[in-house]
Design a protein around this ligand. Structure first.
Ligand code: SAH
Length: 218
């Protein structure tokens, strides 16, 4: 009897489907565009070779330089909270390995992303090139100041936690804009959504406890 050998590619596709079925759907992720993007981006690309088999584990993982690739659920949750449409001009802070960037590249026409550690930014660029994604602009710098030359943004997603909401990010939010970010000191962070209405008024909602690396600077 012959047995069909499963190629690594097949097993990652299966792991990705399982991630959606076991980690995302049961926790309430329901946005079809977000689920499709999570199903399309191969997370294993973003991990060092020796950790690839754990790419779809239900948690954050080390990517070097004391930084982490966020838990799949958290990436999906933030993407859903962002409510991004294709035409929304979108800023991401904390590129890291570029996994969330890749998901955003599937959701919007163009992503502007800032990472403070040059070595991670270079790695992210390699990863995004491997996936043939090119609808993004990456800058090395302090994202707590936003990207003033390109403001305003319709959507801002920050993947590291400041102690308080950085005023520059709120200032760079367009009318009707949304900023999604973890806020607070280590151990007491809240997922936060900042919304600017069409008249310019700002409203802040806390959505639940989270654990992120700190946003440096600001
Ligand atoms: N987006 C990543 C997670 C990155 S972890 C993912 O998809 O998994 C948070 C990242 O924010 C780290 O890479 C860290 O270096 C970066 N960071 C921290 N403070 C920053 C700042 N002020 N400006 C830009 N990036 C920052």
């Amino acid at each position: 009897m012959t047995t069909l050998q499963q190629t690594p590619k097949d097993s990652y596709a299966a792991a990705r489907r399982e991630m959606i079925a076991r980690q995302l759907l049961p926790r309430g992720i329901s946005d079809a565009r977000v689920l499709r993007a999570m199903g399309e981006v191969p997370r294993e690309i973003f991990l060092p070779a020796q950790n690839r088999s754990r790419a779809y584990d239900d948690g954050a993982q080390a990517i070097g330089d004391g930084q982490t690739i966020s838990q799949p659920y958290v990436v999906a949750w933030m993407s859903e909270l962002l409510q991004a449409q294709a035409h929304h001009k979108t800023l991401e802070i904390g590129t890291g390995c570029g996994y969330q960037t890749a998901v955003l590249c599937k959701l919007v026409d163009h992503v502007y992303t800032i990472e403070r550690i040059a070595r991670l930014a270079e790695g992210a660029q390699d990863n995004l090139r491997t996936l043939k994604l090119s609808n993004y602009s990456l800058r090395v710098g302090d994202g707590s100041r936003g990207w003033p030359e390109l403001a305003p943004f319709d959507r801002i997603l920050c993947a590291a936690a400041p102690a308080g909401i950085p005023p520059a990010l709120v200032e760079q939010l367009a009318p009707g804009g949304r900023l999604v970010l973890p806020v607070g000191p280590q151990g007491r962070q809240e997922m936060t959504v900042v919304m600017r209405d069409e008249q310019g008024a700002v409203n802040v909602e806390q959505r639940g406890p989270v654990a992120f690396v700190p946003l440096i600077g600001g």
